[in-house]
Design a protein around this ligand. Structure first.
Ligand code: FES
Length: 111
């Protein structure tokens, strides 16, 4: 599995998210309160709106367009519950955030 350095940990503070591109994948980096770093697909599975333009509150990612919501730790859909975000392997080394995109396909349900 190949990991790519995508940003410094200092670039995304705890409780915040940031969006970036890695090897053609739009990635959402979520820095949880408490320090855990998680990477998901950055575009909403509904209609490709950047989730970074929505809100990240109380552990929930909410898309600004039609208010779909996702658990920010698992990527599971909250509303609707039959959807989820693709999750990317991520690790932090020497204050760098590294992400692998190998074999990951973003979810898109369209409408
Ligand atoms: S595009 Fe995100 S909820 Fe519709």
């Amino acid at each position: 599995m190949t990991f790519h350095a995508v940003c410094d940990l200092d670039d995304v503070w705890e409780g915040e998210v940031t969006e970036l591109e890695v090897e053609g994948h739009e990635i959402l980096i979520v820095h949880q309160l408490g320090g855990e770093v998680i990477a998901f697909q950055a575009l909403c599975p509904h209609q490709d709106i950047p989730l970074s333009e929505g809100t990240f509150e109380k552990g929930v990612l909410t898309c600004r367009a039609h208010l779909w919501q996702f658990d920010s730790r698992s990527g599971a859909g909250i509303n609707p519950s039959d959807c989820h975000l693709a999750r990317y392997p991520v690790k932090v080394e020497d204050n760098k955030v590294l992400v692998s995109v190998d074999g990951i396909v973003p979810v898109r349900v369209g409408s």
